[in-house]
Ligand binder design. Structure first.
Ligand code: SAM
Ligand code: SF4
Length: 475
């Protein structure tokens, strides 16, 4: 079953497969979830302790509606405690849909005989990036199919092109990647291009199901994918994102496995993954999957709350796959990053926005088609601070050195002021009048709040500088 080169075969703890299905099912099937225990676990999490597999199983097994409410309430409190009111915004940019894999759930799969497959040229990539800059974006995730054309060198080149784009007062300050896994030298090449997070989803951690839905191509190799982010770490990429595609197998198994993946990183590299994603399967061209494990809304909300409590320090990403009302609801108890103004069509950002998606050319259906500004309006109205901050990564505060959660008061001293500064930039450069007024009112209120516990003179000074035309200011 292992068909990757000898030098990457399991040779030490770092490259070990770490999922033991027997262990996971044993916890799920044999862990009690009485009221006292559930409350004890929620308390541990509110003390910002990462939960063990057994503690996670306690939350998964709580079925009493009142206890589920307590879990959700706990997640809400924890999110406020750890992340405050910031929500980080980004957009996906699809670079190419060539793909040699045959993943049953995906519109790009090789068995879908599409009339056209596309890879953006350098010029098209620049044009798309500029269109995203003009929406107000500062952080992108570049997305690729898996194909020999999308080599590490190709990906590194596309990253450089995106960083080189300047338009009016804007530029992209952080480029994340969602692409196929590479070997260690390949990951090194991509790291050297200056990427932020490397994101790879395991899709399902359940190996037999993995084999059932991955019908062809390199991606069939479960272990190569499972250990991919270990190779990224070995190559020096210490900022990685994990995820599972919910709907392929039992959601409880996937939640336990995601927590196990976090444990693995903490044990081996002394740092957890930066983010967790939990996409639910959406409609796609000739979607062909067994529906038994489709995750209902109520289960989805529960699983996000449980993940929030289980891994208090890991960022959680909720994408436009979910409709606006689900996103607004879930934002409150777990999520730290969302995309805005999303368009999955290759070359789609620089075109007039079209009302309907064309699933014969796009990867899957999205259900939140609001513009970035509409999302900004809602966040501001709800009292969140929309953030485009990229300071930590640019100051080398990543991976083991990631300060956000390890230094007391870090969020108040750095993250919140930086979020407000990037919001002020957005308001000056991209917002319509109404958003601008509401946004500056929010900034005023938040600065007032901050001034109760710390000096805000420098922050006020920097906000003035942004108003006068200075850009990219941060603490
Ligand atoms: N080709 C790379 C790979 O597979 O890792 C890049 C990722 S793919 C373009 C991005 C992610 O989209 C996949 O990892 C998968 O989880 C998700 N995805 C694929 N089909 C989907 C669908 N029908 N609904 C929701 N998410 C889907
Ligand atoms: Fe290709 Fe990724 Fe889609 Fe699989 S999920 S078919 S690898 S683009």
């Amino acid at each position: 079953m292992i068909y990757y080169p000898q030098q990457y075969r399991i040779k030490d703890r770092r490259m070990q497969p770490f999922i033991d299905p027997g262990e996971i099912w044993d916890y799920i099937n044999n862990t009690r979830a009485d009221k006292a225990l559930v409350r004890e676990v929620i308390r541990a999490s509110l003390d910002k302790k990462r939960l063990s597999l057994e503690e996670t199983a306690v939350l998964l097994n709580a079925t009493d509606p009142d206890l589920i409410e307590e879990i959700k309430e706990g997640a809400r409190t924890l999110k406020e405690k750890v992340y405050g009111e910031r929500i980080v915004l980004f957009a996906p940019l699809y670079v190419g849909d060539l793909c040699t894999n045959n993943c049953q759930y995906c519109g790009f799969r090789s068995s879908n005989k599409k009339t056209k497959r596309l890879t953006l040229s350098s010029e098209e990539l620049l044009t798309e990036t500029k269109a995203l800059i003009d929406q107000g974006h500062k952080r992108l995730i570049l997305v690729y199919g898996e194909h020999p054309k999308y080599s590490p060198e190709f990906i590194a080149e596309t990253v450089k092109i995106v960083y080189s784009a300047k338009h009016n007062k804007g530029e992209i300050r952080r480029v994340n990647i969602n692409a196929a896994p590479f070997d260690i030298p390949g990951f090194r090449t991509i790291k050297d291009a200056g990427i932020g997070t490397y994101q790879i989803f395991q899709e399902t951690y359940h190996e037999p199901t993995y084999a059932k839905v991955h019908l062809g191509g390199v991606k069939r190799n479960y272990e190569w994918r499972l250990t991919s982010l270990d190779r990224a770490q070995e190559a020096g990429i210490d900022d990685v994102g994990i995820g599972a595609l919910f709907g392929l197998y039992d959601w409880r198994f996937e939640v336990m496995s995601l927590v196990r993946h976090v444990n693995h990183f903490e044990a081996v590299y002394n740092v957890g993954p930066h983010t967790i994603s939990f996409p639910r399967i959406q409609n796609a061209m000739s979607l062909d999957i067994d529906k038994t494990n489709i995750v209902k809304d109520e289960e989805f909300i529960r699983l996000v709350a449980i993940l929030r409590l289980a891994v208090p320090y890991t960022g959680m990403i909720l994408t436009a796959r979910e409709p606006a009302h689900t996103r607004s609801q879930i934002l409150r108890f777990g999520v730290s990053q969302i995309d805005g103004g999303t368009n999955l069509e290759l070359g789609g950002y620089s075109k007039e926005r079209k009302p309907d998606q064309d699933l014969s050319i796009e990867q899957f259906q999205i259900n939140d088609t609001r513009s970035l500004n509409e999302i900004m309006d809602e966040l501001i109205k709800s009292g969140y601070i929309p953030s485009f901050c990229t300071a930590c990564y640019r100051l080398g505060r990543t991976g083991e050195h990631f300060m956000e959660f390890s230094v007391p008061g870090f969020i108040k001293r750095y993250c919140s002021p930086n979020a407000l500064l990037t919001l002020a930039e957005y308001l000056e450069d991209y917002a319509p009048e109404e958003t601008k007024n509401a946004g500056y009112k929010l900034i005023e209120d938040k600065v007032k709040d901050l001034s109760k516990t710390q000096k805000t003179d420098k922050l006020k000074e920097k906000i003035q500088q942004v108003k006068q035309g200075k850009r990219d200011l941060y603490f």
